[in-house]
Design a protein around this ligand. Structure first.
Ligand SMILES: [Zn+2]
Length: 335
């Protein structure tokens, strides 16, 4: 059931949202901004339940009425969610989806006094979709509340940003993630490790728990170790490229993220807190100059952008590994 106790962290934000709901001051258009997996979607659904609930208590949904049940089951007639659709390349939200939503939003609510529309991944709207949404947000149907969720607020149209109130969802502390994992039955040592790697995102921690996330980090570290020791042969690169070509684009993005974080850890170990404190001894042993690390981080950002295009993943992975090796000190052919 949707209730605030299930949201991890964000105490001040939750208090603010509850107050707005209780005082009937919830904005007509709001942006929940924050990284993937910090709880924006859950918070938005709890808000929707509370806004549609027959007997909300201090900004919380009662959890007992028909409206609460229908929102939780995602079958409430006045509750509408727009989500990105998977495509061959990057997921996106199309103008057709926004038009469909608008047709619904224009109708009089059926069960409640208002409608709530969630747009999850608002930065994934293409230009046409964003401009179409803008018209609705400029003159919103009076009974409809829009909650836009985004991990990249700066990618939204300025005109959309300026018409929405923004609520920031910060990263969740490692301790809070660890405790939440333990309460879900994860063993303490594993919870500690996942919480560190998750980098403030509970969603990421769960994904790591269920997937080979720890293994991806190991692959990233191992790649950099080999590159620093000039052990990366062409053969090795093609072998890895072939393996990575079979990965999902999301998994390769995770790999890129891990490499970036490890590079930052190597470079800034003395001035900031490490992303990967458990790896400190191995990080210390990697000798790459600061200048080269900056170049590698730049290359990583560039490949992240290219990943969003239609590029063949195997070729992209090979090109990335070649680039890292080139920066580290030139090619080492065969062995
Ligand atoms: Zn209720």
């Amino acid at each position: 059931m949707l209730n605030w106790e299930n949201l991890i962290g964000h105490a001040a934000t939750v208090a603010h949202l509850k107050k707005n709901i209780a005082e009937e001051k919830f904005p007509h258009a709001v942006i929940f901004s924050g990284e993937e997996g910090v709880g924006k979607r859950l918070a938005a659904e709890i808000c929707a339940a509370a806004l549609l609930c027959e007997n909300p208590v201090d900004g919380s949904p009662c959890g007992k009425c028909e409206n609460c049940h229908l929102v939780a089951a995602k079958t409430h007639p006045d509750f509408y969610v727009v989500e990105a659709e998977e495509t061959k390349t990057a997921p996106n939200i199309k103008i057709g989806q926004i038009r469909e939503m608008q047709a619904e939003a224009a109708l009089i609510p059926i069960n409640s006094a208002r409608r709530v529309v969630i747009i999850d991944g608002a930065e994934l709207m293409n230009n046409a979709a964003a401009n179409c949404l803008l018209k609705t947000i400029e003159e919103p149907p009076s009974q409809t509340i829009f909650i836009l969720l985004t991990a990249s607020r700066s990618s939204l149209l300025m005109t959309i940003r300026s018409r929405c109130m923004t609520i920031n969802f910060d990263k969740i502390s490692a301790a809070q993630i660890r405790d939440a994992l333990i309460s879900q039955g994860v063993e303490a040592q594993e919870a500690e490790r996942l919480a560190v790697i998750a980098g403030g995102s509970f969603g990421r921690a769960l994904k790591l728990k269920d997937s080979d996330g720890v293994q991806i980090r190991e692959t990233a570290l191992d790649t950099l170790e080999k590159i620093a020791r000039a052990e990366f042969t062409n053969e090795e690169i093609f072998k890895r490229g072939a393996e990575m070509g079979e990965w999902s684009r999301e998994k390769f993005a995770d790999f890129l993220n891990h490499v970036q974080k490890i590079l930052r850890d190597i470079c800034f170990a003395e001035v900031t807190e490490l992303h990967n404190p458990d790896l400190a001894p191995r990080l210390n042993a990697i000798k790459i100059s600061e200048r080269k690390i900056f170049l590698m981080i730049e290359a990583g950002a560039e490949f992240h952008r290219r990943l969003k295009s239609n590029a063949n993943l195997r070729l992209l992975a090979e090109a990335y590994l070649m680039t890292l090796r080139k920066i580290s000190g030139g090619a080492h052919f065969g062995r």
